[in-house]
Design a protein around this ligand. Structure first.
Ligand code: AGP
Length: 617
């Protein structure tokens, strides 16, 4: 849950580190720091609690000496509060060695006790400083060989870690290691980079290498060496970053979230792109998986948060088109309930970052028990896809705002593509029905754009008008129920308002007691054309809450006259088939949550207590 950058090359590293950290701040922003080996071969370090701007100001006032070897870190606190002392980098070996870390070293207490017994002293409460002191000890025990010392050190660590280190006796060298935590290499001309993800260096190079589990990397201006924890050289997968630095900037939008909501049509379109031939789905990444798809008896979807709601929407289409039973489970619950798994189970993980520790651990658990695994992920080279048998990448582009929006609609799209593919492989879906679904899916980007063009301002105005609201309820039925959950989560996480999503049919079994005069309730109304029965039941639900004074805001298809008498506000969406309505109905809810958070003057992109990628359990 932290951002990590490393640089070696001919250029002053400070600016490169700081701009890389700026793009990684969404991974955590409790504190930031850099360490640089200057031209005299002396290690300089600066770190400050608070966002990156605090560190920048400090460096402007008292710059570090220039140096071309450096590491940088932006933190989301796990062990020890967000203080200057607990910020990274952590120093050891008399200030000659600097270490930064992303993850949790689970056995740090025992290691710390061992080091203290050996006379070591610690300045911070962090697990990272323990790794730094241990590395310093191994450094001298291995003839001042930093890579050998790294190997000895990481073999003693348990848990999840990406570690970078430099030592002033080795200018031009940065060494890194990863286990269950992200690290990618950027390959430049006479310079090389390390980063938690490609955003750290994409402004300098799009040529990248993905480092695998339990591997160590040493970068110098001349090259890159990757070994396993025993020192044996290993091959790594090169890949090209498909988006540029500009795409990772706000591009003039008021927030990354506003930019990313505007990109929802493209997120769907780009996820579809190149995956149809003659109206049939053809996903290159799934070549070789058809035998697995033909043989499975069950699909379990594992994810967290918004990604889990995408899974709940996808379940309907997966079962309808592939006729395989589907369960959707929260990843952090899944692996502790001793699930029944075998080779006839396909475990589909959904993760925008591809680094969510809960989801990664669920995938590893499923693989160890013989299940087939498939990742739906938005981040190339991420850990979860690399730990899976196959991956279907969503092509939503970088999602920087903590609140996931465009990735959500891309995840549903990818699930639909997967459902169509499996349905065709198993002969459960006719070519005609597949072509019909493909046509509906291809129409979705234009329909989302219609909502952005015609309803965005009204929705944002409604949000501003409701800025003092203290509680909002969300109701949905069938595929609309996960959208109600998603709408509630978005409002909670960026406007800090209590919000709760319910299945509309559940109202009379308890939640209707919450309805009092003026209580705002969003209702996602099924299509009167395609889901007439469900539509009428939801209209009845609306009447029940209206009769008790609720303030009803409905999301309904254009032309749905039946809801008008019972709605205080109507947010329209274009007509779409039942499976496709969720991709439309969620858009006003994203806009509403963003508008209300903005109206309250809150930080829409970096809400309190949260980070973009939860890489600790
Ligand atoms: C979504 O708005 C939240 N930020 C959060 O629920 C997120 O979806 C969840 O942590 C999963 O993240 P992932 O998709 O990167 O695995």
């Amino acid at each position: 849950m932290c951002g990590i950058v490393g640089y070696v090359g001919p250029r002053p590293s400070e600016g490169i580190l700081l701009s890389g950290l700026a793009r990684l701040e969404y991974r955590g922003y409790d504190s930031a720091g850099i360490a640089v080996i200057d031209a005299d071969g002396t290690l300089g370090m600066r770190k400050r609690a608070g966002k990156l701007s605090v560190l920048r100001d400090d460096l402007d006032r008292a710059p570090l000496a220039d140096g071309t070897t450096g590491i940088g870190h932006t933190r989301w606190a796990t062990h020890g509060g967000p203080t200057d002392q607990n910020a990274h980098p952590h120093l050891a070996d008399g200030g000659k060695l600097a270490v930064i870390h992303n993850g949790i070293i689970e056995n740090f207490a025992a290691l710390k006790a061992e080091l203290v017994a050996g006379g070591a002293e610690f300045l911070s409460e962090t697990d990272t400083e323990v790794a730094a002191v241990l590395l310093a000890r191994e450094y001298h025990a291995h003839g001042d060989d930093l890579e050998a010392a790294f190997r000895a050190t990481v073999r003693r660590l348990e848990g999840a870690f990406t570690l970078l280190a430099l030592h002033e006796e080795h200018p031009g060298l940065v060494v890194g290691a990863r286990r269950n935590s992200p690290l990618v290499i950027g390959l430049g001309e006479g310079e090389n980079f390390l980063g938690s993800d490609v955003a750290a260096f994409v402004e300098h190079t799009r040529h990248a290498l993905a480092i695998g589990q339990d591997q160590i990397v040493a970068i110098t201006p001349e090259g890159v060496r990757v070994t396993d924890f025993d020192g044996a050289e290993v091959g790594v997968e090169p890949f090209e970053v498909t988006w540029d630095a500009a795409a990772a900037e706000k591009g003039g939008w008021s927030s990354f979230m506003a930019k990313e909501v505007s990109e929802e049509p493209d997120a769907v379109a780009n996820t579809i792109r190149g995956r149809f031939h003659d109206d049939a789905v053809a996903i290159p990444e799934l070549e070789g998986m058809d035998a697995v798809f033909a043989g499975i008896h069950r699909i379990i979807v594992v994810a967290c948060g918004t990604a889990s709601y995408a899974g709940q929407v996808g379940k309907y289409a997966l079962e309808q088109w592939s006729r395989v039973p589907v369960d959707v489970e929260l990843a952090h619950e899944f692996r502790y309930r001793d699930p029944v798994l075998d080779s006839s189970t396909l475990v589909v993980s959904i993760s925008q970052s591809g680094e969510t520790m809960d989801t990664l651990m669920a995938v590893k658990y499923a693989r160890e028990r013989g299940a087939a695994t498939l990742s739906i992920c938005n981040t190339q080279g991420a850990t979860i896809p690399r730990e899976s048998d196959a991956v279907v990448y969503t092509h939503a582009g970088p999602e920087v705002a903590v609140a996931s929006t465009k990735a959500f609609v891309a995840q549903i799209t990818a699930l639909y593509l997967l459902a169509l593919h499996i349905g065709r492989v198993r002969g459960a879906l006719s070519a005609q029905d597949s072509a019909r679904a493909v046509a509906e899916l291809e129409a979705v980007p234009g329909k989302i754009q219609w909502i952005l063009d015609n309803e965005q301002e009204r929705t944002a105005h409604l949000a501003r008008w409701m800025a003092d609201t203290r509680s909002v309820l969300f109701l949905g039925r069938h595929v609309g129920f996960p959208i109600a959950l998603e709408g509630a989560l978005k409002l909670k996480e960026i406007s800090y308002i209590h919000a709760e999503g319910f299945a509309a049919g559940e109202l009379k079994h308890g939640p209707i007691a919450l309805i009092e005069p003026g209580q705002p309730v969003f209702v996602i109304v099924p299509s009167p054309v395609h889901s007439a029965m469900l539509h009428d039941k939801v209209v009845s639900n609306i009447q029940e809450i209206r009769a008790r004074g609720a303030r009803v805001i409905v999301i309904a298809e254009e032309g749905d006259a039946a809801v008008l008498p019972f709605a205080d506000e109507v947010l329209h969406i274009p007509l779409a088939g039942p499976a496709f309505e969720p991709l439309l109905a969620v858009v006003p809810l994203h806009i509403f949550a963003m508008g209300l958070a903005e109206a309250k003057g809150l930080d829409v992109d970096q809400p309190r207590n949260l980070a973009k990628s939860v890489t600790v359990e």
